[in-house]
Design a protein around this ligand. Structure first.
Ligand code: SAM
Length: 224
């Protein structure tokens, strides 16, 4: 089902929120034109699907602001056909964008309710190249490693070692990092060799916490 109004809003989102802020990757822009964000937000918030903001989803979590997702995916520098790990499936929107660009997407979410909803939304979009599981993504997905790219949509106190080690040589990890609950640095780590990594700071961001063994303690979760 294609709603012409939503399609027009989606085009405007790509032009005025994403391109206007400097995102130039044709693959990212095309994926954002194709994936209907309204299909990944709660029914009662669909009219706000193309607002320039994060929105609440179930279980006290959020779907990330469109241009931040665009910046993160652009930073992964995907050319097509890659094997990608998406940590923090949430609504499934970022996984859907990744699935349009990469070859195989492995997406992991700690909250079962969200994983179920995301799985349905992804299938409704005909995206069958996403494998989804419920679990602690701070530890990655060792059986499916190595990955050409890893994207983490929740903030960690530091870059988890296990995620770095699940990168292929040349692979890129994009993750929000910092001790402050209200402000983190978006960081890109590139694996240059067996034990060699380059770290770059990309932008100031604010994300929900990555809760798990290599992230924050569950006590940070608050009521859900
Ligand atoms: N990529 C999502 C989207 O497109 O909607 C954004 C999701 S939200 C900003 C971050 C998600 O990370 C939440 O759904 C949260 O439950 C999840 N999360 C937090 N810690 C996690 C962990 N250790 N493993 C997997 N998911 C985690």
């Amino acid at each position: 089902m294609t709603d012409p109004d939503q399609k027009a809003r989606r085009e405007a989102m790509v032009d005025y929120q994403v391109r206007a802020r400097g995102i130039r990757s044709p693959r990212v822009l095309e994926a954002m034109r194709q994936v209907p964000r309204e299909a990944f937000v709660p029914m009662d918030l669909r009219e706000f699907a193309y607002d320039d903001t994060a929105l609440p989803i179930a279980a006290g979590q959020t779907i990330t602001q469109p241009w931040i997702v665009a910046m993160m995916i652009e930073a992964l520098d995907l050319k097509g056909g890659e094997r990608v790990l998406d940590v923090g499936t949430g609504s499934g929107y970022a996984a859907a964008l990744l699935a349009r660009i990469a070859g195989e997407v492995y997406s992991i979410e700690r909250i079962g309710e969200l994983a179920n909803q995301a799985s349905r939304a992804l299938l409704d979009q005909g995206l069958v190249n996403v494998e989804l599981r419920v679990g602690d993504g701070s530890l990655g997905w060792p059986e499916a490693a190595p990955f050409d790219a890893i994207m983490v949509a929740a903030a960690s106190p530091s870059v988890p070692d296990g995620l770095k080690r699940q990168l292929a040589i040349g692979g890129r990890l994009v993750i929000p990092v910092g001790a402050d609950e209200n402000a983190q640095e978006l960081v890109r780590v590139t694996r240059l060799g067996e034990d060699a990594y380059r770290r770059e700071d990309l932008a100031d961001v604010r994300f929900v916490p990555l809760l798990g063994e290599a992230g924050w303690d569950e006590a940070r979760a608050g009521p859900q």
